[in-house]
Write a protein that binds this ligand. Structure first.
Ligand code: ADP
Length: 233
């Protein structure tokens, strides 16, 4: 049990797409600093939808979501997306240099020496050197792009990362690197992760609390394999 104050809290959240039956029913859960929550479950049950609700890529039909005690619906989607970073399977970077991609939401006049120090520190946290700043994003592997996208999100001071199937386009070596980098961010930066994955091995290696989404409900399970066992019955 994590007794810390929740940084993100969902209360009785329900959701349906237009003209569709209810997909998510009455979901409540919260996450605190330094916590990893891994959402598992059969395909099509609404895992990605749940992530998108958490940073206002879509809005819930019923219920409320609080970030640091304040409803996300009292803030603009743009404000929320800066605080709660969403990373799709293959992150989008422009064709520019890594430095420009990381500072994309900063105005030139707002960039200070402190920002440069923060970038270098965060690059090291994700296992990349300072030299990457001058590289073109076109030269990067998917795994490197993903880590640059994480640095970009953290430069916005995001304390929560929502990761949707983060290892689906990675080979085994890059998967291991990503897991190491995510664990370091949780431990040293106090970041909270909400991760959707259908990869049992990745889920176990990352570790954390496992939440099974099935039939519109979210329940905590001891091991991610419970979602696979269910599917075989
Ligand atoms: P999961 O991540 O668990 O595979 P998703 O959240 O991607 O599930 O999708 C859940 C269900 O919602 C699926 O049946 C999918 O087809 C449907 N869905 C996803 N996005 C939309 C949309 N924009 N409009 C209508 N239905 C959608």
């Amino acid at each position: 049990m994590n007794q810390e104050y929740p940084i993100l809290k969902l209360t009785n959240v329900s959701f349906r797409y237009d003209n569709q039956p209810e997909l998510l029913s009455n979901i409540s859960f919260s996450t605190a600093k330094h916590q990893i929550s891994i959402i598992v479950g059969p395909s099509g049950t609404g895992k990605s939808t749940l992530l998108k609700l958490c940073n206002r890529l879509i809005d819930c039909s019923e219920g409320d979501i609080h970030y640091n005690g304040l409803s996300i619906y009292q803030q603009s989607p743009l404000q929320i997306r800066k605080k709660i970073g969403y990373l799709p399977q293959i992150p989008y970077l422009t064709d520019d240099k890594v430095r420009d991609n990381i500072l994309i939401s900063f105005q030139q006049k707002d960039i200070s020496d402190n920002n440069s120090r923060d970038i270098i520190r965060l690059l090291r946290e994700v296992g990349l050197s300072e030299e990457y700043l001058e590289r073109s994003s076109l030269e990067l592997s998917v795994g490197e792009k993903q880590r640059i996208a994480i640095v970009r999100t953290l430069m916005n001071n995001s304390k929560i990362l929502l990761l949707d199937e983060p290892n689906s386009a990675l080979d085994e070596d890059n998967s291991v690197i990503l897991i190491r980098c995510l664990k370091r961010l949780v431990l040293q930066e106090g970041v909270s992760l909400i991760v959707v994955t259908h990869n049992l091995d990745f889920a176990r290696k990352l570790g954390g609390r496992f939440l099974l989404l099935k039939g519109g409900s979210l329940v905590e399970v001891n091991d991610p394999s419970e979602s696979f066992m269910e599917g075989k019955q």
